[in-house]
Design a protein around this ligand. Structure first.
Ligand code: HEC
Ligand code: HEC
Length: 472
């Protein structure tokens, strides 16, 4: 377990960091950029200056946004960097955080397996796709309904929050007014596909001790390895001589250092994509990228921005392409996962099996966190169970899930297609069929044509960090 002191330490640090950000000028709302209806505009920041005729593909209203400050890493974060790359912490001695969260792959998985292998002998397959560790620095704590306190303390118990939520009406999600869904009393925030950890430090306990992942054993074993590590002396310098007397304390400090590394290092939130350069007026979209961007934001077409928010926040923070909320999209069962050989096994996301506090809130069964789409084009597998192997497949699923279900789902003994086959029948009603583009019924025209799907993918490719041509 995480000591509350440290959990809070990280939050306080994040707050201090936020306050220290150089104030950037938010010049114009995104609605103007998009050329969409003014409905999409945030009235607080809506347009002032008239657009000059921009160069084709250029953002007519360049924005200066508040990115995290770039400062040299603190001593604790430098130690965290070493720990992040240190395979000796793992039971096998061959697996570090970086093995699964590869720095060369936006801190996502380095290979194209649906899951990574872990465990003491490095032969135990994981159960979920490895997410990117980038852009988690603004992930709010888990709550049901808006995280009003902005704090880690859960004032109202989750069960009570869920009961209130059950009585409330959910706003349909539309890219024309994406922020309006933020007030929905739905699960939001947290880390992992099911939000079961609140802070980066708390989270790391998971993979470090998880027998499927680093299988580090006990804090005592972690302590043994720390004591003999080349950085043992900096450990003592930073945390005091007593740190190696207490295994739990030593392991907690190690996790704290890794969390600090993820929060402080700009490499975890670089904002160097072509999209960022374009927002700042320093890059031009190709015609296909611009078309894709419009479709991504068009409530009648992709409607992607309804959940993968792509406009700056009111206080000028760059968009992270997630609303931090949870949805049941009905991803097909992935036969490549070893756990799925057991027909009784289901990964129900929010309601289990990897968290148990919401297991009785069956309205949430099948819901998973909406991931950021930054760097998504660098991935080889998609969705929580890694069932899709390309962005084409993902888009095909969004557009044709209910139009051509046979393309995605397995068949039962009598040959009937089993829609939403990765959920037990009683939870299939939780699957989102109201938010475009998932609201189509057989016979409806698809939300996107094949050519439009290619355009959306061209836009998604602009979200990959490391774009240099604009001289950033
Ligand atoms: C064997 C592969 C593996 C290793 C090693 C590993 N992870 Fe992970 N990591 C995963 C998987 C899989 C998930 C998603 C699990 C889930 O959602 O239940 C994950 C999730 C995370 C998340 C949450 C990301 C999000 O978007 O919510 C963080 C943060 C994280 N890992 C950090 C670490 C750190 C730090 C280490 C080293 C101490 C580490 N991981 C080691 C596979 C791994
Ligand atoms: C109703 C909310 C919602 C809408 C609308 C939506 N998404 Fe998603 N998206 C999600 C959720 C939730 C997931 C994760 C689902 C899962 O793993 O089961 C996801 C996952 C993804 C992924 C996989 C990311 C990864 O790291 O595995 C991609 C790519 C993606 N969405 C793109 C899009 C595009 C493009 C559109 C528009 C055509 C779109 N989404 C519309 C909620 C949404």
């Amino acid at each position: 377990m995480t000591s509350p002191r440290r959990a809070r330490g990280v939050t306080d640090w994040q707050r201090a960091g936020a306050a220290g950000w150089r104030a950037g000028a938010l010049l114009l709302a995104a609605a103007a950029i998009l050329g969409l209806t003014p409905r999409a505009a945030d009235p607080a920041v809506r347009g002032t200056a008239e657009a000059q005729r921009p160069a084709p593909g250029c953002n007519p209203h360049p924005l200066a946004l508040r990115e995290p400050a770039r400062q040299p890493l603190s001593a604790v974060a430098q130690l965290g960097a070493k720990l992040f790359h240190d395979a000796r912490l793992s039971g096998s001695g061959r697996l570090s955080c970086a093995s699964c969260h590869s720095p060369a792959h936006a801190y996502g998985p380095p290979n194209s397996g649906p899951v990574m292998l872990g465990g003491p002998r490095l032969d135990t397959p994981g159960v979920r796709a490895v997410p990117s560790l980038r852009y988690l620095y603004r992930q709010p704590a888990f709550s049901i309904g808006p995280d009003s306190a902005g704090d880690n303390d859960q004032v109202i118990p989750l069960a009570q929050q869920a009961a209130q939520a059950a009585a409330s009406v959910r706003v349909r999600k539309t890219a024309a007014a994406p922020q309006s869904a933020a007030a929905n009393l739905v699960p939001q925030g947290g880390l992992f596909w099911d939000g079961r950890a609140d802070t980066l430090q708390q989270q790391i306990n998971g993979p470090l001790y998880n027998p499927l992942e680093m299988a580090a054993g006990s804090p005592a074993r972690v302590l043994d390895r720390l004591r003999t590590a080349p950085y043992a002396s900096s450990f003592v310098r930073l945390f005091g001589r007593g740190v190696f007397e207490n295994p739990r304390l030593a392991a907690d400090e190690a996790l704290f250092a890794i969390a600090r590394y993820q929060i402080e290092s700009p490499d975890f939130h670089p904002f160097t994509s072509k999209f960022d350069a374009w927002l700042a007026g320093k890059a031009r979209f190709t015609a296909a990228q611009l078309r894709g961007y419009r479709l991504f934001n068009d409530p009648g077409a992709g409607n992607c921005a309804a959940c993968h928010l792509d406009t700056p926040t009111r206080d000028g923070l760059p968009p992270l392409f997630t609303d931090f909320q949870y949805e049941a999209l009905g991803a097909p069962r992935n036969p490549a996962l070893a756990v799925n050989r057991d027909p009784r096994y289901y990964d129900l996301g929010l309601c289990g099996p990897y968290r148990s506090d919401l297991s009785r809130q069956t309205q949430y069964c099948g819901m998973f966190l909406t991931p950021s789409l930054r760097n998504v084009a660098t991935r080889h597998v998609f969705f929580h169970n890694g069932v899709f192997r390309s962005l084409e497949q993902v888009l095909d699923f969004y557009v044709n899930r209910d139009l051509h279900p046979a393309r995605f789902y397995s068949r039962d003994a009598s040959g009937r297609v089993v829609r939403y086959d990765d959920l037990p029948p009683r939870y299939r009603g939780n699957v989102d069929r109201v938010d475009a583009p998932l609201n189509r019924r057989p016979g409806d025209p698809p939300a996107l044509t094949r050519a439009q799907i290619r355009d959306v993918i061209a836009f998604l490719e602009t979200l990959t960090d490391g774009y240099r041509a604009a001289g950033r």
